[in-house]
Design a binder for this molecule. Structure first.
Ligand code: FES
Ligand code: FES
Length: 194
């Protein structure tokens, strides 16, 4: 047997230094000193104490961490905060009062509520996408602007899981918000999409 020397012991390198990251969160500008590895989700929850945005899977699979950046929905657990330097972030704390929130209550679109902030932020982004003519996987004619059918809602919201299974109520709530105009009419300084 040939002698195999042990691998040299390596000392972990020091984490990269923190750098200032400027975010406009719910209309309020703030600068945080963050290591480049800090996710946008952790920046919001751990540094700004905006705990409405939930950490579910922390790997992009559940949608609980959905926020809006410049009006577009993203899963904040897969986003590095430094990527969003200078951008406008809307969390559930910056939404509302909003008719979609009322609709979630009226139509039993929640049970424990853990997924609800992400559902609502995602629904706002989804409604803006639909309004802009973005097709989904179930849009038959992508050259048209299909109405927001329940099938379209289900498909477009499929990235947001609900462990309580409140899916029918969630679809009912979104379906009840009849037009994107009714959503955008409450747009405020928080950057909720038009
Ligand atoms: S916590 Fe981000 S997708 Fe699940
Ligand atoms: S309401 Fe409980 S996970 Fe959706």
């Amino acid at each position: 047997m040939t002698y195999q020397p042990a691998s040299p012991v390596t000392t972990p390198s020091a984490p990269p230094p923190a750098r200032p990251v400027h975010l406009v969160v719910n209309g309020v500008g703030t600068t945080l000193d963050l290591e480049p590895r800090v996710s946008l989700l952790d920046a919001l929850r751990e540094h700004l104490h905006l705990t409405g945005t939930k950490k579910g899977c922390n790997q992009g699979a559940c949608g609980a961490c959905t926020v809006l950046v410049d009006g577009r929905r993203i899963v904040s657990c897969l986003a590095l905060a430094v990527q969003y330097d200078g951008r406008a972030v809307t969390t559930i704390e910056g939404v509302g009062p909003h008719p979609l929130q009322d609709a979630f209550v009226s139509f039993d679109g929640l049970q424990c509520g853990f997924c609800t902030p992400g559902q609502i932020c995602s629904a706002l982004g989804m409604l803006a996408e639909h309004s802009a003519g973005v097709p989904s996987a179930v849009t038959k004619d992508v050259s048209s602007s299909p109405p927001l059918s329940r099938n379209e809602i289900r498909e477009r919201m499929s990235g947001n899981l609900c462990r309580c299974g409140a899916y029918n109520g969630i679809v009912d709530a979104i379906d009840s918000v009849e037009s994107v105009e009714s959503v955008s009419s409450t747009e405020g300084t928080a950057g909720v999409p038009a």
